[in-house]
Write a protein of this length. Structure first.
Length: 134
């Protein structure tokens, strides 16, 4: 079965879910347009994010990573950046895997590469923060 056939089949047989198909040439065009190779070259990955489902950014430049949102035993705090200055905003937000999935679905097709979503934690967190501050 080709990707197009799978897309057509899923659209016809699975009600209640919106499916989107992005051909490889469109993805390649977006990679060039948005200079994704250059952007991703400077991104550091954070080990352990694939086994976590809850990400809580903190004002001190750290992030709590939990296996599940209510997990207190296997919580890990990692340093993302050095805060440049204190702001008057006080934001405490918990991003669960379902919320993260919703945010990922809002990202442009340019974030997709050969059918596999390539998203850096920085992109996800900046998306979360921009949504909260808007």
């Amino acid at each position: 079965m080709t990707p197009t056939e799978l897309y057509d089949w899923a659209k016809a047989h699975i009600p209640g879910i919106s499916f989107f198909y992005a051909p490889a040439d469109e993805i390649d065009r977006h990679k060039v347009t948005f200079q994704l190779s250059e952007r991703y070259a400077g991104v550091k990955t954070i080990p352990g994010t694939r086994s976590r489902h809850s990400f809580i950014p903190c004002q001190d430049g750290t992030m709590l990573m939990k296996r599940i949102s209510s997990d207190e035993l296997h919580t890990r705090r990692i340093k993302l950046y050095e805060p440049e200055m204190q702001t008057s905003h006080s934001i405490d937000v918990s991003v669960t895997s379902s919320t993260a999935f919703s945010l990922v679905n809002m990202l442009p097709v340019s974030m997709m590469t050969a059918g596999i979503l390539e998203i850096s934690l920085n992109v996800l967190m900046s998306t979360v923060m921009s949504l909260l501050l808007s």
